[in-house]
Design a protein around this ligand. Structure first.
Ligand code: ZN
Length: 173
């Protein structure tokens, strides 16, 4: 297993669309493990492959409470099929955008279809924090970031600030 470097804005790769995974082979399994290690190391609750520079439709999530047993989830080719009308609100941070938190409204529930590490098609109902986290990560696969929820001007100011940001050791949850 290996801990990878996390790519931060304004790196252009974060804007790119990831591609479907055809076969769940050992490379994909290793990649998922590395992503989980990297996510835990950086104290994140979700990570998309693009954030370590790999443009594949793969995300990992663990929204278990601190000090409780870990609950790593791996989603290959995730596709959100249904959203609720009910909305929830979280202040979201992103491992690729240091020191930035943005309040974002998203559907409170969603149903995701994906492939598991066993290569089988699955479905999961997601609620609350898991729903938000999953939507945040699926956005990454389409090259969309939380700063894209801001107005154009606010976004430009923020990117300028972050471009000067050299401390990559900070922790974002
Ligand atoms: Zn993110």
């Amino acid at each position: 297993m290996a801990i990878k470097d996390i790519i931060t804005v304004p790196n252009e790769i974060l804007k790119k669309t990831s591609t479907q995974i055809e076969t769940v082979d050992n490379n994909i399994k290793t990649l998922a493990k590395d992503m989980l290690e990297t996510m835990y190391q950086h104290k994140g609750i979700g990570l998309a492959a693009v954030q370590i520079g790999i443009l594949k439709n793969l995300i990992v999530i663990d929204v278990s409470e601190k000090d409780k047993e870990k609950n790593p989830l791996v989603f290959i080719n995730p596709k959100i099929k249904r959203f609720s009308d009910e909305i929830s609100n979280y202040e979201e941070g992103c491992l690729s955008i240091p020191d930035t938190f943005i309040e974002i409204e998203r559907p409170k529930f969603c149903v995701v279809e994906y492939i598991g590490l066993d290569g089988k098609k699955k479905e999961m109902e997601c609620d609350g924090l898991l729903s938000t986290c999953l939507q945040h990560e699926c956005d990454h696969l389409e090259g969309k970031l939380i700063i894209d929820f801001l107005s154009k001007l606010k976004k430009e100011v923020l990117i300028k600030k972050l471009s000067k940001h050299k401390n990559s050791n900070r922790i974002v949850v």
